[in-house]
Ligand binder design. Structure first.
Ligand code: NDP
Length: 450
């Protein structure tokens, strides 16, 4: 075992000891420190200042009870969190997730990843994440409203445009953000950019809805172009059918690729003819307005539905996992590689299990980790904050051009730090980790021991 492998093992045993019962957080730190520890060994100022030890401990975690009344008058209780991970380079920024699976481990992993993702965007944003084990599925609009209002009654004390700026994530879309912002505005009597993802008529930014998916496809395009290839004509797999998946499909299609799958927690659809403009409009209506299930797509367009499965056994050139964490197992990764996948671009956060990610890296395919590939969402959230502070709105073209430029810059940083002289293969995992680490680490060194 090499010296750095040994250091990594020792470091991780401490992380595991301190974070028992938090497998997702341990996984995220493992992946990150695996590439960052060798870098720290070559740059001892970070070791002398114990930067990695300090970076893997959140600044603070706020946990609170949320009580709300359902339509039958029953009092319901949920748990909510805000993990304020690191504000070295700007106010905390990161989404809120509403899903029954939400727990402290998941929110810590998301907050940790968010810190480096935000650093990669080149914008001044720290990292945070929050949410609740509340399940919006099957709830009426009024129930969702009462939950959001109750949650914000506590959350409002901890956020603000210069402190912490939440946004959406799984289960938190335009409806939830509107209810949350409405209560925030009422409590504070201030109209500020303390939440992003707002409606266009009350401070939202054009292209924010599309940004994560569009940005993910721009990143795939950058990787392919860098290799002298293009997205046009490629057969793509997409998982999920939420915000990120839908706009990934839209942009991939617009750039000439053919997307043959989409999914939800019930299973996946396989549409060999590709999801065209008309089908995508139908899918948007199904998911965004009618809140229906993906199976209905298969029934409506007469294609295959595979219940309880993920689309990774289908042959394709490009995979965009856009649903949730750990949705690509090591077995799925092997299957994708055996079927000739040449690009994996992560729209969801940490969608690939550690062993699967190592398979992709070892195979030398174009593998973009989520902290680089899905940073477009938070980048446009940052642009929404800028527009709110300036009290003006940029046009769709202006925001889209800035998003493209940010994704291009993230790609350049990954190439800079992920290249090895004499080796044409770029390690995007290493590149994203080191580039994301540097800015935060340098700020922490400058602050001294705080
Ligand atoms: P949505 O709630 O809009 O959509 C989530 C999609 O994933 C749905 O199709 C959902 O299916 C599916 N899904 C969720 N959990 C599971 C699960 N356990 N198993 C199978 N399918 C599941 O969320 P987003 O599109 O916003 O987020 C998707 C991913 O992208 C997440 O990892 C999120 O952290 C990440 N992300 C989102 C950003 C954003 O701007 N929204 C920014 C950066 C990253 P169902 O409806 O059946 O639950």
């Amino acid at each position: 075992m090499s010296r750095t492998q040994n250091l990594h093992r020792k470091f991780m045993s401490g992380v595991e000891e301190r974070n028992k019962g938090e497998p997702e957080f341990i996984q995220a730190v493992h992946e990150f420190s695996d590439t960052v520890i060798p870098f720290i060994e070559e740059h001892p100022q970070y070791r002398e200042e114990s930067i990695l030890e300090r970076m893997t401990e959140p600044d603070r975690i706020i946990i609170f009870r949320v009580c709300w009344e359902d339509d039958e008058g029953n009092i319901c209780t949920n748990r909510a969190w805000r993990v304020q991970f690191n504000n070295s380079i700007g106010p905390y920024k990161g989404g809120l997730r509403f899903h029954p699976s939400v727990n402290q481990s998941i929110l810590k992993f998301l907050g940790f990843e968010q810190t480096f993702k935000n650093s990669l965007t080149t914008l001044p944003m720290g990292g945070a994440k929050g949410g609740s084990n509340f399940d919006p599925k099957g709830k009426s609009d009024r129930e969702v409203m009462r939950f959001c209002q109750s949650m914000m009654t506590e959350l409002a004390r901890h956020i603000g445009e210069h402190t912490d700026v939440p946004a959406g994530d799984i289960g938190v879309g335009a409806r939830e953000i509107s209810y949350l912002f409405g209560r925030y505005k009422q409590i504070t009597n201030r109209f500020t950019g303390a939440i992003t993802g707002k409606g266009l008529s009350f401070g939202g930014s054009l292209v924010r809805t599309e940004a994560t998916g569009y940005g993910c496809v721009y990143f795939a395009q950058e990787m392919l172009n860098h290799k002298g290839d293009a997205l046009e004509g490629k057969r793509c797999l997409v998982s999920g059918s939420g915000n990120v998946a839908i706009y990934t499909i839209e942009k991939a299609r617009a750039l000439g690729a053919k997307v043959v799958s989409a999914s939800d927690s019930g299973g996946y659809i396989y549409d060999p003819d590709g999801i065209d403009e008309e089908k995508l409009a139908w899918l948007k209506d199904l998911k965004e307005t009618r809140r229906g299930r993906i199976q209905e797509y298969a029934e409506h367009f007469n294609c295959e539905f595979h219940g309880g499965q993920r689309p990774w056994a289908l042959p394709a050139d490009v995979a965009f996992p856009c649903a949730t964490q750990n949705e690509i197992s090591e077995h799925d990764a092997k299957t994708l590689l055996a079927n000739g996948i040449s690009v994996v671009c992560e729209g969801a956060n940490m969608p690939t299990e550690l062993a699967g990610a190592y398979r992709f890296t070892k195979a030398g395919i174009l593998y973009a980790p989520s902290k680089a590939a899905n940073a477009g969402g938070v980048a446009v959230s940052g642009l929404e904050q800028s527009q709110n502070a300036l009290r003006l709105s940029w046009t769709r073209e202006e925001v889209d051009a800035k998003l493209r430029e940010i994704m291009r810059k993230i790609h350049t940083q990954c190439v800079t730090w992920g290249s090895t002289p004499g080796d044409p293969i770029i390690d995007y995992v290493k590149g994203a980790n080191i580039a994301g680490f540097l800015k935060v680490a340098d700020a922490m060194v400058a602050y001294g021991c705080v």
